[in-house]
Write a protein that binds this ligand. Sequence first.
Ligand code: KQY
Length: 374
Amino acid sequence: MSRTLTTTPAADGYWMPAEFEPHAGTWMLWPERQDNWRAGAQPAQQAFAAVATAIAGFEPVTVGASAAQYEFARAQLPEAIRVVELSSNDAWMRDVGPTCVVNAAGDVRGIDWQFNAWGGLNGGLYFPWDQDDLVARKVLEIEACDRYRAPFILEGGAIHSDGQGTLLVTEECLLNANRNPQFSRADIETRLHDYLGARTIIWLGDGVVNDETDGHVDNLACFARPGEVCLTWTDNRRDPQWRVSNDALERLMAARDARGRRLKVHKLPQPGPLKMTAAEAAGVQLRAGAKPRVAGERLAGSYANFYIANGGIVMPLLDRRTDAAALAVLQKVFRDRQVVGVPAREILLGGGNIHCITQQIPAVTARKSPAGPA
Ligand code: KQY
């Protein structure tokens, strides 16, 4: 059973755990829309299947596929992966799936954010998005988790939690007029407290250059553990990403987390810069209401868009010149997890990466409340 609650998570004693805490499993969606995925979506489907298979080596995976794609998805995915029929407008489970919150007794509930395809009719990426907006509710129903329907727009890729009351977000996304124009920064902070239990919010500025989500933090930086952050980085001051990453670094170095700690920052090399080729752009169908794909356009490639699974890290492989160096950084940061690289250019061509196509369900386990003593 999944009840719809009218209270808020913080009022009920729930908070957002960190991704590096134990998971019950991972949810994904199956890509198929041909105005976003080239060549009938088949190269993307292979990449999504490789990601699902890699994660399934660490924890249970469920993939939602449309009725039209169910049989094909089922045939492409290993038997250990659960495939369920689930309608969606595209395949970004991080953003359309639930953000789960937990309490000290180990109960798990889900937040069902309002979703407007990253900006609605003011810069959003497609219309309609009505099926996406129902995904979180359906996932929570299947997982038998109670649900909070948030009265504002947010995406899972726009927030990272350290599980101890600190949240990483970007101004470019959360203060964007195409999300919640009625709210000030203070109003948004109040809501991040009420829904995620955030006591300290670290505001970064812009997201990765040309990120079509209006700068989701999950493509720029993430917590590796409390007090430690991974940040996409370039030493090339002539590259526009340098200004963005350097600004983020300065803000991170000046910040204190909810427990008063300074942060340690691990720099991940930037791939590329990568651009969409003419052949790649030509393989995407042009359709009214969907963002056109243009040859030569800079892709928002970033190794920070990895997924933390139980005992593993599943990271995107994007550029032979930088993959090994990025993998080595991640293996050093996550000493106790196995880092697995999956070729992910086909996911990047759709506008995101491995973190954006996955969403964890936390394990049911007793936890220490972040509001209590350290
Ligand atoms: O950054 C994410 N969490 C999602 C990327 C969505 C791209 C849509 N084309």
